[in-house]
Design a protein around this ligand. Structure first.
Ligand code: 6PG
Length: 237
């Protein structure tokens, strides 16, 4: 489902409302809410909105377990750390205790960090089947999502899990949920705004099927796209 909202502030409010609804549905159904958060720049304001006085009272935060869809393999205090961004925008204002935060151990070597994270995710889910209630995703202007980048071998992964990805250009490792693990989620929400994303949005949603070039096409299931008018501007429908 594609939700196009005139401008970013209203878009963030609509996604925040969706997040609250999904959280309360999950908590009512099975007593907790397991959510994988996206990183980068776009979601920072969403997290700040969720932590605001207006919205923070609408969720039983003590029932929420926070995971990450991907992470840069950098020191936890690096300005490029997704976990650090979320800690400042959401966890600290809401005083989320450490036992509800499941972040990648970036002190480990790449393959070990991926394996360790996969094990910790699996251990958190009572059923043998790790299933997130919600996965939040962004979209790069190259149509990547999480750390599923064009031309990387992780795009071929058929197993639900966690993998390390080496980005030659940036000379940095990333840790990412694989597309099959993301796709098991009960709900998936993309947050994409700004004109710079319009081409990628059109390619992913209406372009030729080519998951190697447009990795976000791998994401399937109960998928909701939250787009502002600019990001949706090239869509034909
Ligand atoms: C990351 C994200 C990544 C992000 C896109 C969009 O670690 O960077 O997980 O997939 O969502 O790159 O990033 P922006 O929101 O900064 O444009």
């Amino acid at each position: 489902m594609v939700h196009v909202v005139e401008e970013p502030t209203a878009l963030l409010r609509e996604l925040a409302s969706f997040f609250v609804t999904k959280a309360n549905e999950a908590i009512a159904a099975h007593g907790d809410f397991n959510v994988a958060l996206s990183g980068g720049n776009s979601p920072k304001k969403l997290y700040e909105l969720l932590a605001s006085a207006e919205l923070s009272s609408q969720v039983a935060w003590d029932k929420v377990n926070f995971f990450f869809g991907d992470e840069r393999l950098l020191p936890a205090d690096s300005p490029d750390s997704n976990a650090l961004m979320v800690r400042k925008a959401l966890f600290e204002p809401l005083q989320i205790p450490e036992n509800q935060i499941f972040q990648v151990n970036t002190t480990l070597p790449p393959a070990q960090a991926a394996q360790d994270y996969a094990e910790r995710i699996q251990a958190q889910f009572s059923s043998a089947d790790a299933v997130f209630d919600l996965v939040l995703l962004g979209l790069g202007d190259d149509a990547h999502t999480a750390s599923l980048f064009p031309g990387t071998s992780v795009l071929e992964e058929q197993a639900a899990g966690v993998k390390e990805v080496y980005l030659e250009q940036k000379q940095v490792y990333r840790i990412t949920l694989t597309a099959p693990l993301i796709n098991k989620a009960k709900a998936i929400a993309f947050l994409v705004y700004g004109a710079s994303k319009a081409t990628a949005v059109q390619q992913v949603l209406e372009g030729e099927k080519d998951t190697h070039t447009y990795p976000a096409q791998l994401i399937k299931g109960n998928v909701h796209w939250f787009l502002d008018k600019e990001a949706a501007s090239l869509l034909k429908k």
